[in-house]
Design a protein. Structure first.
Length: 210
């Protein structure tokens, strides 16, 4: 018996890939969309390029401005020719300042010495308290080397005693009162006798210290 061969066709039309076809209208729309996309991209690129160009232009302007400022600064900082008058004036001012500083140092030194001398004078006079004698005024010369004393006493003989006490103090060593003046108030004799002791050079220029 002959073998029977039966073929079964499983291929169906429904399983066959279908070809998609676009109409002309659809293709035209798709082409339009593509064109619009390209136009949009081109517009964006143009705007971006313009922004970049504007930024570049701004940077160039700033660069030129900085360059001009740098040139002006170089001109301003360029060494100028020295004026002989200005040089002489500067030298004169510097010399005056040196003299002023030197004089100020001398004055400070002399002031310190005078202050110490005044202090020594007053300290010495405070140690010469004598019962019945009162010092009322002390006059010291500008150089602090000459001075005078004035006061009141109940007894004139107390004045030499005052001079003796002063001569025993180191600050009054070598001091000589060459002028001694006594004066009594006749209207009020009970007030005692006023006296003045001065050195010979005091009258040339003096300043009150009390």
């Amino acid at each position: 018996m002959e073998n029977l061969v039966q073929q079964i066709n499983f291929y169906q039309l429904s399983l066959k890939p279908k070809k998609t076809s676009f109409s002309a209208k659809t293709m035209l729309m798709m082409a339009g969309i593509a064109v619009l996309g390209l136009v949009a991209i081109s517009a964006i690129s143009i705007f971006q390029t313009k922004d970049i160009e504007d930024e570049l232009q701004a940077q160039m302007s700033e660069k030129n401005s900085l360059k001009d400022s740098l040139e002006e600064a170089k001109i301003a900082l360029k060494p100028r020719e020295k004026s002989h008058l200005l040089t002489a004036r500067k030298s004169r001012i510097e010399n005056n300042l040196k003299d002023a500083r030197r004089l100020s140092a001398i004055i400070r030194s002399e002031t310190a010495k005078n202050n110490k001398l005044y202090s020594d004078y007053f300290r010495g006079l405070a140690q010469t308290t004598i019962q019945g004698l009162w010092l009322q005024r002390i006059t010291i010369s500008d150089g602090s080397n000459e001075f005078g004393l004035s006061g009141n006493t109940l007894k004139p003989e107390l004045v030499p005693r005052l001079l003796q006490k002063l001569s025993e103090l180191s600050v009054f060593q070598g001091t000589s009162f060459n002028k001694v003046l006594f004066k009594r108030d006749l209207d009020e004799p009970e007030n005692g006798i006023n006296f003045e002791l001065t050195t010979s050079k005091l009258e040339e220029g003096s300043a009150d210290a009390g």
